[in-house]
Design a protein around this ligand. Structure first.
Ligand code: TXA
Ligand code: MG
Length: 310
């Protein structure tokens, strides 16, 4: 059910959860001041309670109230990327960030989103805690219709149109004097290089040790269809998620992911295309994974790989 900005604010103040647009993906929001509503987020999504949530702030003005000891270059990162799709994991002020948000960790993740509607909402609502507005494991929602498909027609959603980027924020944490990427996302390491003066290392999730970014361990972004990752276009068959500039010998049907010359356009539509497979009851599909290995393509390849994980 589509609601106005005023209704969204009213529901949040009453301790309810609502779906809201951001420039990356839609979020499932609760007020930071309503721990019970935050519990509801975990329940409605079917999200494991050991997977912490991002705190969304209207701006960075009070960041040093919510987080302790900001590491080197925090201000540079904020000046370059906020408002926008960059999330920073910082030592949390535990008296202001409830335990359930942090999943018991001493840290919390923070970002200031840039979508004009969420910016306006945050100005009146105060900090909002939100994961992506999808059922746990499913592709994130990039249109209000996706939220409705996962949570039902009665679920309140603020319609902000199609999300500009279509992939989640990049998450950084600080370790041993350097920032590291713990979730690849919309902001690429190449874009971080001129700000930090070094290319931040991308830390792959390690299933044997305690994960730095708990959410990275789960199968995610997945439609019901079984997905086959093909290292070359010639290996694709059946329904193929591919590119119009390529020829697919065994393809009975090619669903274009976008064009190889424009990764942003691929990112923007990626989750809608994965959801389309479910809408059409497609049970199996091949994905052309012969992708460039730089910039946003790294994030696109990571999301597709995790969608295909069993
Ligand atoms: O673009 C985005 O980031 C979207 C929009 C709605 O802002 N949000 C989003 O939230 O993707 P979610 O919950 O789907 O993913 C958040 C990720 C999870 O993988 C979680 O494990 C990680 O952030 N995370 C949250 N707090 C953390 C912390 N203190 N330390 C490490 N990872 C953390
Ligand atoms: Mg998510």
């Amino acid at each position: 059910m589509r609601i106005s900005l005023q209704q969204a604010n009213h529901l949040l103040q009453k301790g309810k959860i609502v779906a809201v647009p951001t420039e990356t993906v839609y979020g499932l929001a609760a007020s930071l001041n309503h721990p019970h509503a935050i519990d509801q987020i975990f329940l409605r999504k079917g999200r494991p309670s050991n997977n912490p949530l991002i705190v969304h702030l209207a701006n960075s003005n009070h960041l040093n109230m919510y987080a302790h000891s900001l590491p080197a270059d925090t201000e540079k990162l904020i000046a370059a990327f906020w408002p926008g799709p960059l999330t920073l994991v910082l030592q949390a002020n535990r008296s202001l960030i409830p335990e359930n948000v942090r999943a018991g960790l001493p840290t919390a993740a923070f970002r200031t989103p840039s979508h004009p509607l969420i910016q306006q909402l945050l100005e009146s609502s105060g900090p909002l805690v939100m994961p992506s507005a999808n059922l746990s494991g499913k592709p994130s929602a990039t249109h209000w219709e996706h939220v409705e498909a996962d949570f039902g027609k009665e679920f309140p959603v603020l319609d902000g149109g199609a999300c500009q980027h279509g992939l989640e924020s990049t998450i950084l944490h600080h370790s041993q004097d350097n920032w590291q990427v713990i979730r690849v996302g919309t902001v690429t390491p190449e874009e971080l290089l001129p700000v930090l003066g070094y290319l931040p290392q991308v830390v792959a999730p390690n299933e044997k040790s305690v994960p730095i970014c708990p959410g990275q361990l789960y199968r995610h972004y997945a439609p019901k269809a079984q997905l086959h990752l093909c290292s070359s276009a010639v290996l694709c068959r059946g329904v193929v998620l591919g590119f119009p500039e390529r020829v697919y010998p065994h393809a009975t049907r090619m669903i274009p992911l976008g064009t190889l010359s424009n990764p942003s356009s691929v990112a923007e539509k990626l989750y809608a295309i994965l959801r389309q497979l479910d809408e059409e009851n497609i049970s199996e599909a091949s994905i052309d994974m012969e992708l460039p290995s730089n910039g946003l393509w790294v994030t696109i390849a990571e999301r597709l790989s995790r969608a295909a994980r069993c």
